[in-house]
Design a protein around this ligand. Structure first.
Ligand code: ADP
Ligand code: ZN
Length: 713
């Protein structure tokens, strides 16, 4: 097998022009009947790696997946692309299961999703022995390893596959596996000389922002309001917190639900369904939410509190932007979060407490970072990013350092004068001259530096103090209620004239940057995409169709496809098929209705005096289809007849439905065909025209040529 068939299938079924990095190599490995281990981030495009071989090779691919809730979705999504697929698990009735088995037996399906439990039943194994299998794909392969973070016992029995079906390739796929887990997967499955594919974990379409956790609710509201109609998740630490945040958002008229493990399973699946179907826009959830979610158009993720480690953080923000379109992530960070997490970790007294705590430190370093955040993240996952990413808050607003000696002295001296007995918040309040009771009672309003930092906001003070901690001037006594202690370095600043450089976030500049980045170009590929009024119209249409069909909107078309339609405004089949994500099947199902909507959008808006690409040609076509002749249209539109004619020729060439018979007789086409047979190659327009003795116009010759190109001689 070679890759030509694979590429053709990619375009025909999925509407994609090219493979993403590694996909082609993986497909080739499967064609070569090799075993493979694939490590790709969520949203990286793992499914294509086994689906393309499955549909381009004879037989069926058996996909083993632990997430029953996802199977239905995946199968629906395949079917929506015209691929025959089915799933088999305990959620189906006995008769439904029988009919799937029958399809499998008769080789009527290309892909069959099964749970490991179902796979391992004796009756199913028997059917497999007679079915024609082209590939086993093991999704979420890390579940096989007790080293991984989501061990499932049934998975360990999958080693049977290689033994019972020795000639059939096995491809194991996962988004999370460190080195030990990887080795474990290969060993346990008994993969033979597997090819190992580890793709970059970079997700350049996700913007990364960290903000001080002050007035979080206000910040969240502002964030959500700036993103109308965009789906997002707010991750919270506690169940109570999810409910509180959801209530506050709902009170402001934002369509919101909450989700946590304390709810009944019915309530949880209802929330999930509503979110998938774009009925609920925002879900405030604990980290329990997301595992079984394939929704590709989550546009943003907020962390209300800091996660315990970077693995969790990366997985959670990874739920945004799976379709590759621009998506935003925002992490709130306050020192209190760290303290709470520390307490949770220490109180749990788990064996590997030290590891957990050092992971928390890495998380904190990330939040505190003054260099490109993506560099830190990818470094953490053993990947080296050498250039700044340009899509994180640090890159967009590079910190400028300034002489912070006096500021440091104020803070350190205050700590000193309060006998190293206060924590960060109290210190800030003293520096800012707060009159809260505790301060007055303890006499802190009498110390020399009381109110000395009133010109700096609390959030800036937090940033500055954290830098002092990172610079080694201040220590946190975790064992003494988290009070701040002075180090040797602090003494140098206080008593030995040591100079300190600090960094201040320039608020004004960052606001300006934000305005600039409103230009909605995405980083993946060079395709143009926009979110404008047309996008919104198309989104509504998608929602309506999805509701009628009872499927999630992103299965109709992804956000990325709609954004591209909004930018390119395809009104012909040819242009529509050029949109990424529009394959043959979707073209047939939805092409006309989407093109119709785009057309009327263009017309309405061009009448309002705006010039829109393609609008002038469309007006011509509309008039023509209403029965006007070319000279009438020219008169009506104040354009030359030649222009009108070229509109019609171009539109016809682009596959636009134009009643060509009104313009061209059969005999005229025949005359041009005859000319083509006689006039030497390459037959220029002029020589054909002359061959016909000027009996038919240049316009007709052009039309006839277009007709011949499409229909043959
Ligand atoms: P994963 O399983 O790795 O999380 P998916 O297979 O669900 O990721 O793919 C994520 C998204 O990327 C899907 O919407 C998918 O259709 C899209 N995608 C995958 N491969 C390509 C490609 N070659 N070109 C464009 N989009 C792609
Ligand atoms: Zn960056």
């Amino acid at each position: 097998m070679n890759l030509t068939a694979a590429k053709t299938a990619l375009k025909k079924y999925y509407g994609y022009d090219k493979f993403r990095p590694m996909q082609a190599e993986i497909v080739q490995a499967v064609y070569d009947k090799k075993d493979a281990l694939v490590l790709m981030p969520t949203g990286g495009g793992k499914s294509i790696c086994f689906q393309i071989p499955a549909i381009t090779t004879e037989g069926v691919c058996i996909v083993i997946s632990p997430l029953i809730s996802l199977m239905k979705d995946q199968v629906e999504s395949l079917r929506s692309n015209g691929i025959s697929a089915a799933f088999l698990n305990s959620s189906l009735s006995a008769s439904e299961q029988d009919s799937v088995r029958e399809d499998l037996y008769n080789s009527n399906i290309n892909l069959l999703y099964v749970s490991p439990e179902t796979l391992l039943t004796q009756s199913f194994m028997q059917i497999l022995q007679v079915a024609k299998i082209n590939l086993f794909a093991i999704d979420e392969a890390h579940c096989i390893s007790s080293w991984g973070h989501d061990f499932r016992k049934e998975y360990t029995q999958l080693q049977l596959l290689k033994k019972q079906f020795p000639g059939i390739p096995v491809i194991a796929l996962t988004a999370t596996a460190d080195k030990i887990t990887r080795r474990d997967i290969v060993d346990q499955l008994g993969l033979e000389n597997p090819e190992i594919f580890i793709s970059s974990f970079d997700r350049p379409n996700l913007s990364l922002t960290v903000k001080p956790g002050l007035k979080r609710m206000d910040q969240i509201l502002e964030f959500v309001k700036k993103r109308p109609n965009q789906a997002g998740i707010v991750y919270c630490l506690s169940r109570k917190n999810t409910e509180q945040v959801a209530r506050k958002l709902a009170a402001k008229g934002i369509s919101t639900a909450f989700y946590h493990a304390g709810m009944s399973s019915q309530d949880r699946s209802r929330v999930q369904e509503d979110f998938l179907n774009d009925n609920t826009l925002v879900v405030c959830a604990t980290v329990a939410f997301g595992m079984g979610i394939d929704k590709s158009n989550v546009r943003w993720v907020i962390h209300y509190s800091m996660p315990k480690n970077l693995e969790g953080y990366y997985q959670e923000i990874g739920r945004a932007g799976r379709d590759g379109s621009k998506s935003d992530t925002l992490l709130f960070y306050s020192f209190r979060d760290v303290i709470v997490l520390r307490e949770i970790l220490t109180n749990n007294q788990s064996e590997n407490e030290d590891i957990q705590l050092s992971k928390l430190d890495r998380m904190m370093e990330y939040a505190d970072a003054l260099i490109c955040r993506r560099k830190i993240l990818l470094n953490y996952f053993s990947e080296n990013l050498t250039e700044n990413c340009g899509n994180c808050d640090i890159c967009k607003n590079p910190p400028k350092s300034f002489d912070g000696t006096v500021i440091a002295q104020k803070a350190l001296s205050a700590i000193y004068r309060m006998n190293e007995r206060v924590g960060m918040n109290l210190l800030i309040d003293v520096l800012r001259g707060s009159r809260r009771q505790e301060i007055v009672q303890r006499g802190y309003d009498k110390i020399k530096t009381y109110g000395a930092g009133g010109d700096i906001t609390s959030s800036d003070w937090q940033t500055l103090l954290r830098q002092m901690i990172n610079l080694g001037l201040i220590d946190i006594a975790y064992d003494q209620g988290n009070v701040l202690k002075l180090t040797e370095g602090a003494k140098e600043v206080l008593f030995e004239k040591r100079q300190i450089q600090l960094v201040k976030m320039e608020e004004i500049q960052s606001q300006r940057e934000e305005r600039k980045t409103k230009v909605k170009k995405t980083t993946r590929g060079s395709r143009q995409r926009v979110r404008d009024a047309l996008f919104e119209t198309l989104r509504q249409l998608r929602k309506k169709i999805a509701q009628q069909k009872g499927i999630p909107p992103y299965i109709v078309f992804s956000d990325a496809s709609l954004e591209e339609m909004a930018a390119m405004k395809p009104t012909t089949e040819h242009d529509m098929l050029a949109i990424s994500g529009v394959g043959d099947h979707k073209m047939k199902q939805y092409g006309n209705i989407f093109m119709g909507t785009i057309r009327s959008f263009i017309l309405t808006n061009s009448q309002a005096g705006q010039k829109i690409k393609g609008s002038t040609q469309l007006e011509t076509i509309q008039l023509y289809n209403r029965g006007f002749s070319t000279d009438q249209i020219a008169l009506e539109r104040g354009l030359s007849e030649q222009t009108i004619e070229s509109h019609l020729v171009n539109a016809y060439k682009n596959g636009e439905d134009i009643k060509i018979k009104r313009l061209l007789k059969k005999s005229e086409i025949e005359m041009v065909i005859e000319a083509l047979n006689i006039v030497p190659e390459p037959a220029g327009l002029k020589s054909i025209f002359e061959f016909c003795d000027g009996k038919i116009s240049y316009f007709k010759v052009k039309l006839a040529l277009a007709w011949i190109e499409m229909n043959g001689r």
